[in-house]
Design a protein around this ligand. Structure first.
Ligand code: KIV
Length: 284
């Protein structure tokens, strides 16, 4: 059964961990649902792991909605979150409401996610007041990684940890139902998790958050550009795919594929009739 925001709040209270992963297309979403994972993020990380950009900034609202539609079809009974891409919410509260609404209307998502803390209070309130649900995202925020000096851990000093706590409190107060915290030390992840009442989902934020999220290409070994420290790899699907493609190409070259069992057959007697017809003369 699809979990709701209320279920996630109860899970936090009971200390039951929330499971969360990214997906961008129909087949992967259906595998996530079969595995019984609680939440899917249609992340703008698609920019890197699906489209091959060096960051998430190039992703557009049209691309994100198309990914979310595919994921929704693959996982009709899983809580799906659409990730608002760069410039789809920063311009104004109207901009944020409109693009969140696109995710809801066109892809039937259950919530949206945006990156930032205190600077986004008005946008979060606006989206929530329009009847939609929002997950915040603080710490390492990939859309502004240039400003942060790259894909770097955050909250390493008292001052920056205090800023993160202020951001977390502001996001909660504005009405977000949950918060994603990326790339902070475990002790900072723990304090944030204990400070806010909403569920905190961590990615590289240690073991004390209410749940964990990872990018599917990272855990499956399908993204080779780089692997962050916080990733645990559970399979090497990339290697399996390359092996299968290599064998396929070898089979074609050597004539091992296709075999008899892969072929269609003409109806009984039709082949003989065709040969006789061809003997009668040139094809008209
Ligand atoms: O886009 C994304 O995949 C993210 C990750 C940090 C989970 O936001």
């Amino acid at each position: 059964m699809k979990k709701s925001i209320l279920n996630f709040h109860e899970m936090k209270k009971r200390g039951e961990k929330i499971t969360y992963i990214t997906a961008y297309d129909f087949p992967m979403a259906s595998f996530v649902e079969k595995a019984g994972i609680d939440m899917i993020l249609v992340g703008d990380s698609a920019g890197m792991v699906v489209h091959g950009y060096s960051g998430t900034v190039p992703m557009t609202m049209d691309q994100m909605v198309a990914h979310a539609e595919d994921v929704r079809r693959g996982a009709p009974n899983t809580f799906v979150i659409g990730d608002l891409p760069f410039l789809s919410y920063q311009l104004s509260t109207e901009n944020a409401i409109y693009n969140s609404g696109r995710f809801y209307k066109e892809a039937s998502v259950d919530a949206v996610k945006l990156e930032g803390g205190r600077c986004l209070i008005s946008q979060i309130k606006g989206i929530v007041d329009s009847g939609m649900s929002v997950m915040g995202h603080i710490g390492l925020t990939p859309q502004s990684s240039g400003q942060l000096g790259g894909f770097k851990a955050q909250g390493l000093t008292v001052e920056t940890a205090m800023e993160l706590l202020q951001d977390a409190a502001a996001v909660e107060k504005a009405g977000a139902f949950a918060l994603l915290v990326e790339a902070v030390p475990p002790e900072v992840g723990k304090i944030i998790t204990e400070t806010v009442k909403i569920p905190v989902l961590g990615i590289g934020a240690g073991m004390y958050t209410d749940g964990q999220v990872l990018i599917n290409g990272d855990i499956l070994g399908m993204f080779e550009a780089f692997t962050p420290k916080f990733v645990k790899r559970y399979a090497n699907v990339g290697e399996i795919i390359v092996k299968a493609f290599t064998e396929y190409a070898e089979d074609i070259r050597s004539g091992k594929f296709p075999e008899e069992k892969h072929c269609y057959r003409m109806l009984e007697g039709e082949h003989e009739k065709l040969q006789a017809r061809l003997k009668k003369g040139p094809i008209q």
